[in-house]
Design a protein around this ligand. Structure first.
Ligand code: SF4
Length: 362
């Protein structure tokens, strides 16, 4: 996937490694296949992914960690790292620790009460569970309710983090409230929780977007000081905005598909999407379109199951055999099917959410 963001430069700037064909080959050997998000290059960089792969090869234990600041505007892009996590869980039987940061959202976002963010933590968890996780493998940690698990680790981390580091990493200023200033210790503590609850060394792999690297680097710096393994990370590119931006924009609701969108809204957004097509049908037939600069194609890359379908869309677009209207209808059909299944699974998850709470299992 290409665009205006220079992903290679970003990776170089952060000093992270690119995922190589060799890494993917090793994963294929162990898992039997490679998830489309990896083989199509949406997840493209990492820190220590190869160590996790070798740990898996040697039968060692490791876990996944991700999190979410609960809010009412979850879009399908948020589900993407969780889908990759599901693949790792299915292939390797690893545990997935998921932090719902109702505290942080309350502390940094105006207009939310703590009751609101706590309620939204449960709502957002439904979207995660809806992807098909088993309670044996998915453990939900809700900060305000499960703090006793994290606090002992967090205070130890807190002793090693200065305000100046936090200002530099998170952009905190003198007007940042002290709750928000303490919060990063909890996010880092989560990376060490699997080791703490199992009493053994359990490194984590964190699937997230590339711009999150500076935050997790703090966790990697602190880990050896506390005797924990450094968290490994696997980084994605950004979800492109349907309206043509490189990154979906929260201030433009038309640029992404929200979980709460009904089918009419999904169709409108897809049919109005920016494309890499020509100005007229005649020109599209004669010159072909540019899928590499087209958000509709990028959504096909993320959501079509079949590599053959993706390849055909690319070739037919380039060759002028596919018109943007037809291509958008295909995308709408795919997303619509996904959303219907997701909504049903989400409602079923409501009855079972308690089984996923870490507090119910310890
Ligand atoms: Fe984009 Fe599809 Fe049009 Fe090609 S045919 S430019 S992939 S919308």
């Amino acid at each position: 996937m290409t665009g205006k963001v220079d992903y290679l430069r970003l990776a170089k700037e952060f000093g992270v490694q690119l995922i190589t064909d060799e890494d993917l080959g090793r994963l294929r050997e162990l898992a039997g296949d490679v998830h489309p998000l990896l083989r199509r290059g949406y997840f493209y960089a990492h820190r220590d992914l190869n160590q996790i792969i070798e740990r898996q090869a040697g039968g060692g234990r490791w876990a996944l960690y991700a999190g979410r600041g609960p809010s009412g505007d979850l879009h399908i892009g948020h589900l993407i790292p969780w889908m990759l996590a599901k693949w790792f869980v299915d292939r390797f039987g690893v545990e997935f620790f998921f932090e719902l940061t109702d505290d942080e959202k309350f502390l940094v976002k105006e207009g939310y009460s703590l009751e609101d963010t706590n309620r939204l933590a449960y709502e957002n968890a439904l979207d995660l569970i809806a992807l098909g996780f088993d309670p044996k493998h998915l453990h939900l940690i809700i900060d305000t309710e499960d703090i006793s698990l994290l606090y002992g680790i967090a205070v130890r981390i807190g002793k090693h983090l200065t305000l100046s580091t936090l200002k530099h990493t998170f952009g905190f200023t003198d007007s940042t409230n002290v709750g928000a200033a303490f919060f990063p210790t909890l996010e880092i503590a989560m990376a060490f929780l699997p080791s703490r609850v199992s009493g053994a060394e359990v490194p984590v792999l964190i699937p997230t977007a590339i711009d999150q690297d500076p935050y997790f680097r703090l966790g990697r710096d602190v880990a050896p000081l506390l005797g924990y393994p450094k968290p490994a990370t696997i980084y994605s590119k950004f979800l492109p905005g349907l309206t043509g931006e490189d990154k979906m924009s929260a201030s433009n609701p038309e640029s992404s598909i929200y979980i709460t969108d009904d089918d009419k809204a999904v169709r409108r957004k897809v049919m109005n999407a920016f494309t890499g097509g020509q100005a007229t049908v005649e020109e599209q037939r004669r010159l072909g379109g540019n899928p590499d600069a087209c958000p509709v194609y990028k959504y096909h890359l993320l959501f079509q199951d079949s590599d053959e379908t993706v390849r055909r869309i690319y070739d037919d677009c380039r060759g002028g055999r596919l018109l943007c209207g037809e291509c958008k209808l295909m995308l709408h059909e795919r997303l619509s099917k996904f959303m219907v299944q997701h909504r049903e699974a989400r409602e079923k998850a409501r009855e079972r959410i308690g089984e996923y709470r870490i507090a119910a299992k310890l």
